[in-house]
Design a protein around this ligand. Sequence first.
Ligand code: MTE
Ligand code: MO
Length: 368
Amino acid sequence: MDPQLADVSLPARLAGDDEGITMEELALAARNHGLPLEALRHDVTPPGLHYLLVHYDIPDLDPADWRLAVTGRVGTSLELSLDDLRARPATTVRVTMECAGNGRALLRPRPVSQPWLVEAVGTAEWTGVPLRSVLEKAGVDAGAVEVVFTGADHGVERGVEQDYQRGLPLGDALRDEVLLAYAMNGAPLPPQHGFPLRLVVPGWYGMAHVKWLTSIEVVDTPFRGFQNAVAYRTRQSADEPGEPVSRILPRALLVPPGFPDFQTRRRVVRPGRVELTGRAWSGRAPLTAVEVSTDDGRTFSPAVLDPDGGHRWAWRRWHATWEATPGQHTLAVRACDAEGNTQPDDGAWNRGGFANNLVHRVPVVCLS
Ligand SMILES: Nc1nc2c(c(=O)[nH]1)N[C@H]1C(S)=C(S)[C@@H](COP(=O)(O)O)O[C@H]1N2
Ligand SMILES: [Mo]
């Protein structure tokens, strides 16, 4: 490491017992925003309301001279322009994307990084070229094991200077639903969401969906880059190798009912029937149930879960009714999927604060 980098780049650490959010975490939270939870009402999230996570700076790429290189263990290397990609058969997939660090700021001790509460999620209709069709055009060599995706953004993380890069196992890269996307909700990608081209890996946490793509390299050994080997792994202690973060665990979120207090965001409702609604998703397996509690998670009852409408990779709406009575209440909601994954009350802690799908709780005051 350049000795100067030690002064600008922070190691991963856990917050102290009583340590509040730091100025560095506030700076991250002011750049990288969540989905306002009332926007869970939209089937497809309007782009400005979709969550945003950018490790370094948003690149400013000129589509006229931008090219995508396809190299490595392939029969023929390719160099594709945006027009070349647009000329190929396109597909559109509705995808719920969630940051692997969603829920991190609720953990104790708190891993110090982007301090998400529960809003690091959004659903978009991504249009582009199936990755497989481009890999087949290049011709993948026997012996290839992974595909490495490189973005145009550059930065430093824990002293390691790097381009944002992720490796994806070849079997996952060749799945039908994996896209090289040039449009979001029918319009060119916004700069912050990866213009002109990003990878979309339906069902996987956000870190896999590499933005501002410039190169795709087919490799014959597992990729050891920072974002795979160091960053996105679940570990209980700093010195263990940990497990890679991959597919999204089930989560249900509630549109906070009633109306909010400005400063505290605490919810206020009036007595009587309150319609509860929200969204639920899993990138592992189809959902089997969503359950709601109005007594802080002591008892749960089933909510109505809408069908997926053919959108396997998108969230599903759920709803339930609640007879609110004067006083303080805590609502809670949880989802489970066909693989038997559900949402824990606690116990999902790891040093990076990844794949933490704790039950969503919303305190509500009911007026008399
Ligand atoms: N090139 C590049 N791709 C990236 C990132 C990044 O910093 N650089 N962030 C990743 C992470 S951690 C997430 S959660 C998603 C966020 O995608 P969004 O901002 O479009 O919601 O992008 C992923 N792709
Ligand atoms: Mo993320």
